[in-house]
Design a protein around this ligand. Sequence first.
Ligand code: ADP
Ligand code: MG
Length: 355
Amino acid sequence: MSIEIQNVSKSFGTFAALSDVSLTVPNGKLMAWLGPSGSGKTTLLRILGGLEFGDCGKIFFDNEDITDVPTRLRQVGFVFQNYALFGHMTVFQNVAFGLTIKSKGPSKSEIREKVMDLLQKVQLEHLAHRYPNQLSGGQSQRIALARALAVNPRFLLLDEPFGALDAQVRKELRRWIRQLHEDLGLTTIFVTHDQEEALEVADQVVIMNQGKIEQIGTPQQVYDAPATPFVYRFLGNVNVLPASINKGKIKFGRTEMVLEGHATVDHSETLAFVRPHEIEISRKTLFHSAGLEVIIQKIHSAGPIAKLSLSRLDNAEKIQAEVPRRQVDSLNLKEGESVLIRIQNARVFQDDYSI
Ligand code: ADP
Ligand code: MG
């Protein structure tokens, strides 16, 4: 089922939690809504599920206007951050819950078959007779998902489903949920404040900030071409360096490079956004005067990528660089020495530098 949100706004008192939000979730896709705490993700999700209503705007399911339809008629499967399993019921009973409350529901044997099928889908059949307090956090969330699927939802809304779990479990579960999504093909919205999680799990990512959408795109699009300074900073580490632009060339101190694709307007003073991995390091002899001279202040080389804290010689400005660990070894880089850097890619935004 495709979902369309058109011009939805929502205020609590005088506070605008959502301002004119529009987006389309394509049928069968997994879309992540990503943004910092307080950016309006849960409010928008609740409006979509019918737990809350917008002040204005419309919502369509498969082109049908359901803006005023109550939640029980929307056929939504919800999973929230905090395990909402019933503590006095077994895993089996929890998953069966949605099936047994209907007055003309399925028979006992049908329920049993359905529940066991769902437990198999989340790969936890062997836990059917356990109680929630005998499960790990990750298992609880998988059971919560099985329970959400029991009522044959038309789509799934997952609000920070792994938010309370530790890092290693989160990583495993994000791969697991991606696989489950491939198997089920159910339109799904996955809310998270964790950029790595969103980029790894989703077909499309919506980046939200202060009740507005900053950008919508595939993980690759939003990472490679952030639409705003906010997205640039939110999706990863970034150096923000003073620079000037003249005739398509960007200048950092004495060094100059061609600026591709952006900023045709000249600027005597601007800011350039440069990811740490877009910085190339060399011994002085190789670039001659074409690089920017820096001192290596610190080398963190645990793992395959080394993180270098650099300080410019001309103005002492700090720059973060990331290079393959083996390059640190092959160039024999040491803390305290000076080297040259070249900026391989920089992005300039014409107007808004706030945040
Ligand atoms: P997120 O899920 O992105 O963290 P929320 O949608 O929960 O953000 O909240 C967005 C903003 O709206 C927050 O500033 C929050 O305090 C406010 N808010 C949410 N629900 C209510 C409410 N029922 N009453 C008042 N303010 C609310
Ligand atoms: Mg929230």
